[in-house]
Design a protein. Structure first.
Length: 307
């Protein structure tokens, strides 16, 4: 393969469901998968800490146009929390800022405390996070020893369950809305229990419609390519419209679809009253549309699936 063509990469579209390993950043994982697929464009769908493992959908090519919807989707995590030690990052990669050697926490105490985290709650983003303030990620300020004021944000915890208990360690399964910091929940829970606590392991079990049992490891993807080539990797790709399957589908006749492809709003039967839709030209996914004030469907984010 000529160097120029190799650098440009392939026009390949779809979603790779990666089981991210611990110790690797989301961007590091993205670059590994992009190289494996020799893709010309790729993007991830929200960061997982290097400490964290599990479901990380990666979008190749035109699928990057639906990545925002995965970023905004609900997530489910399994978190292991060590009690008695508080760190500045609320996980085991941070510096210890407080310890409590003499404490007694019962299962009943934990279950009672967890009630405070259910439903819509206010959460202050941690300093060790990728959230930007004045264009600078908070973690960069934290590494310089800075602490700045952060505004609380509303999140929703749909469920939070204690699945394992000991006097010094808890395992929780948390299903929550976008923007939830599980490390902050661990830190706040430790403070509520009066002993402090931090995350020692974090595993994402679900991201939107995607589940951990459908994910592939980097080792598997690498072995697959070595054994059977790029076509075998392409067979593992998930169609990009799977990420937005909760949006109503609008199937357009080909003639009408041509107007949409040219940026025009069209009137078709059986449209929803409002909101976003996924649009199809017969069976081919066209992209995301929205219902405008005139009751027409207008293109919002079109994809190009062929040259």
């Amino acid at each position: 393969m000529p160097a120029q063509h190799r650098n440009k990469g392939r026009n390949i579209n779809g979603i790779v469901l990666l089981d991210k390993p611990t110790g690797l950043s989301s961007n590091g994982a993205l670059q590994r998968v992009k190289r494996l697929y020799e893709a010309n464009k790729a993007g991830h769908t929200g960061s997982l800490d290097p400490l964290a493992t599990g479901v990380l959908p990666l979008c190749l090519g035109e699928a990057t146009k639906v990545s925002q919807f995965l970023l905004d989707s609900d997530k489910k995590y399994r978190a292991t929390i060590k009690l008695g030690v508080r760190t500045d990052s609320a996980d085991s990669e941070g510096n210890i800022i407080a310890t409590c050697d003499d404490f007694t926490v019962t299962k009943k105490d934990v279950l009672a405390a967890l009630e405070d985290f259910k439903g819509e709650i206010q959460q202050i983003p941690p300093m060790h996070s990728a959230l930007k303030v004045d264009g600078i990620p908070l973690y960069k300020r934290a590494h310089k020893g800075e602490v700045i004021e952060r505004k609380p944000r509303s999140i929703v915890v749909y469920s939070i369950e204690l699945t394992k208990f000991s006097e010094t360690e808890l395992v929780l399964e948390i299903f929550s809305s976008k923007g939830t910091y599980i490390r902050t929940i661990a830190d706040d829970l430790g403070e509520l229990l009066g002993c402090g606590g931090h995350i020692t392991a974090l595993h994402r079990m679900r991201a939107g419609v995607f589940l951990e049992q459908d994910c592939y490891s980097l080792d598997f993807l690498t072995e697959q390519k070595e054994a059977s080539g790029l076509s075998s990797l392409d067979d593992l790709l998930i169609p990009m419209d799977k990420a937005i399957e909760d949006l109503p589908a609008v199937v357009l006749p080909s003639i009408t679809a041509d107007f949409v492809k040219n940026g025009q709003a069209v009137l078709v039967s059986h449209l929803p009253a409002e909101g976003l839709v996924r649009m199809y030209d017969e069976e081919q996914f066209l992209g995301i549309g929205c219902i405008d004030d005139d009751g027409k469907v207008a293109p919002k984010r079109l994809v190009v699936t062929h040259t």
